[in-house]
Ligand binder design. Sequence first.
Ligand code: P6P
Length: 344
Amino acid sequence: RKKSGYEIETLTNWLLKQEQTGTIDAELTIVISSISMACKQIASLVQRASISNLTGVQGAVNVQGEDQKKLDVVSNEVFSSCLRSSGRTGIIASEEEDVPVAVEESYSGNYIVVFDPLDGSSNIDAAVSTGSIFGIYSPNDECFADTEDDGTLDSAQQRCVVNVCQPGNNLLAAGYCMYSSSVIFVVTLGKGVYAFTLDPMFGEFVLTQEKIQIPKSGKIYSFNEGNYQLWDDKLKKYMDDLKDPGPTGKPYSARYIGSLVGDFHRTLLYGGIYGYPRDKKSKNGKLRLLYECAPMSFIVEQAGGKGSDGEKRVLDIEPTEIHQRVPLYIGSTDEVEKLEKYLA
Ligand code: P6P
């Protein structure tokens, strides 16, 4: 059939194609579609934050001990309600929730979705890029989130935590939505990485990049060097050597916006390395394994790169608790391997 020339591929018809080819089933198609719907809503909220008085703090502290921004709370509610109304989500685990929540409205699919609804939200008030990150695990037997009177987790809730605490190797799908000069939805179903750009003209994510491959190397490093004095000596040596102009006369370039999704997306497209090391004040680093490091590591490996905790693959790490933190070094294979050699 001759193409009309006006045929654009939206996320919706791309997902339907993946279903037709058996890459994913109808239930998972619906879950990812509901996530993209949440991201569109959050994009709109973020872009109008100052107009609708949604900047600033909520006045509460989350389980991470961080001041919740108003948009952290709203984004979490948007994500949770889109997943609930999908009817295919069994359990949700959010950076903004103390414990995983079993979804009563689930009637099929029962997928487990882990997410950070608005990562980098401290950047919102200055309109610097932020993002949502998600990972989807295979369904598990129903478990109903409940707690004993004294607030401790009952056995059903413990089962929820066990169901959610799976290694990144089990991920069926992972992705993020970056809220920046463009709103870009990036997803992998285990067969390559695809990027979709939100076309505000008709409110749909349009396919803009297929089978993204991260450059094998790249002379851009993305670390918060403010922590340099808190790092161990091997890491300091690595960082010092990046600054050595060497025979080319050109040292590495530093790029760091303090928002994992923005720093990661640039690394994915341009190459280089993003790192959030352990340090004297945070012995396991700052980033959370379940809904930040594992989904990003799945994506980067699908693009031919590496995600490491400095010694081993992030995807091999078996989580023991929902909000577990791990050091993260992620990006071009040559750059991550170089870092690992320094830390060995
Ligand atoms: P720091 C945002 O709070 C975040 O979780 C990531 O998005 C970001 O890369 C990192 O923390 C920034 O942390 O300590 O450099 O401000």
